[in-house]
Design a protein around this ligand. Sequence first.
Ligand code: NAP
Length: 252
Amino acid sequence: MTIAEINSIALIWIGIALVLVPVQLKVTAPYGRHSTNQWGPTLPYRTGWILMEIVSPLMFCIFFLSGNGDKPAFAWIAAGLWACHYLNRSLIYPFRAKMGGKRIPLAISGSAIFFNSVNGFLNGYYLGNLASTYPGNWLFSWPFWLGLTLFILGFGINLQSDNSLISLRKPGETGYKMPQNGLFRWISCPNHFGEIIEWSGFAVLCWNLPALSFAAWTAANLIPRAISHHHWYKAHFDNYPAERKAVIPFVL
Ligand SMILES: NC(=O)c1ccc[n+]([C@@H]2O[C@H](COP(=O)([O-])OP(=O)(O)OC[C@H]3O[C@@H](n4cnc5c(N)ncnc54)[C@H](OP(=O)(O)O)[C@@H]3O)[C@@H](O)[C@H]2O)c1
């Protein structure tokens, strides 16, 4: 596949993410606190989660490692970041999160498998086949270092916020408490905020359309979800802090 071809697919993919934003703002993905029983057959939450997340690193690795382009050091670093994130998200996080007994609609897991497959393919293919088209000094360029810094910052915020949420429940508990720590003082969903910064950083670091498409999809998925969470908190906690925003401190 040529750069022009993969860029065309990535542009269409970005277009689909943008078109779906109004839908995602209206219809909240029905898992976690927004679960309903109107979305057909379901899977155990943890099984559904692992299945839908593991496809991303698998697709990335298959297309990165089988790619026949030169793989400069920056491409291996980008691949390592992808693998690190998804090792946590697909195999560590679901065993730490208190998912006890909950279920997830097959439709959500299935659509996430498709979404994660496309993202893993586009990014793994690009870096595995086309990394030699970058300037030879990309590892020392400002986008690489700015992007890496943002990625690490976002990853840290995401991990710390996931940890805070996990620690809200004692073993066996399934209900919701008001989070108070760290960035939760300013926003309802710092885990989503961190994830958006992380993949925006990856897009800057890679400076290619597949990485930009994943950053766009992450924002398109998580901003509406964070807004729904925020409304849910305000509806369920009388004393919810009025100054707290949904996902971007002081802004949204
Ligand atoms: N890149 C992407 O497009 C994408 C898409 C989706 C998710 N993600 C990432 O995957 C991770 C999980 O996402 P998510 O949307 O499931 O996050 P979430 O709704 O904030 O839930 C995270 C975990 O914390 C629990 N939890 C949340 N609020 C709680 C509270 N107030 N009290 C007690 N427990 C609480 C949830 O339980 P329940 O499940 O029982 O509500 C769940 O186990 C996040 O880090 C997110 O950034 C990324």
